[in-house]
Design a protein around this ligand. Sequence first.
Ligand code: ITT
Length: 199
Amino acid sequence: TRLILATRNHGKITELKAILAAAGLSHDLVGADAYPDAPDVKETGVTFAENALLKAHALAQVTGLPAVADDSGLCVDVLGGAPGIFSARWSGSHGDDRANLALLLDQLSDVPDEHRAAHFACAAALALPDGTERVVEGRLRGTLRSEPAGANGFGYDPILQPDGDTRTCAEMTPEEKNAISHRGKAFRELVPVVRELLG
Ligand code: ITT
């Protein structure tokens, strides 16, 4: 059976397909791009969980199929949790990873290493066309580098160095990142829920 990935972020789609396949989910995974009628969902929630549910429900309604969505971001301690749910549009232009990362580095330029703690957060939501919903969350804690390093992954990966590692997420292989990431944790927890509700 088909399961819609309610996202247009190709970095996420690549990771979600790998994470869900490695967890043994055998559904046919299709990105939102395959549905021209899919709405551009307004992320009006104030939490990752609310926004993930908004996106999952919108796609489940439009397609008549079960949908999973990911709302995620980088939460910086010294910024009181910002950019948080605004991570994709921190610089003002939605999805411009380079501009968002450059602005954040600029804002942190005077912050010393011992105060550069941050975490990635991910809410993974499942919605069915009948309105059934589930949502779970995962986190990855680390510190922020002052210079980007690595070419893998997407978004803020070149500046987040997970606790217990000497590399940034962008210096890891996809498998290494998925094994410890916020997204990996959240979606591995969602898999048994998908199985329970969809078979
Ligand atoms: P969809 O709403 O279509 O899923 P989006 O990119 O708008 O795509 P979000 O609102 O959830 O999605 O924004 C997530 C942003 O957080 C993303 O653009 C990255 O900048 C950042 N982010 C999330 N997960 C990340 C990860 O694993 N590595 C690096 N940055 C990440």
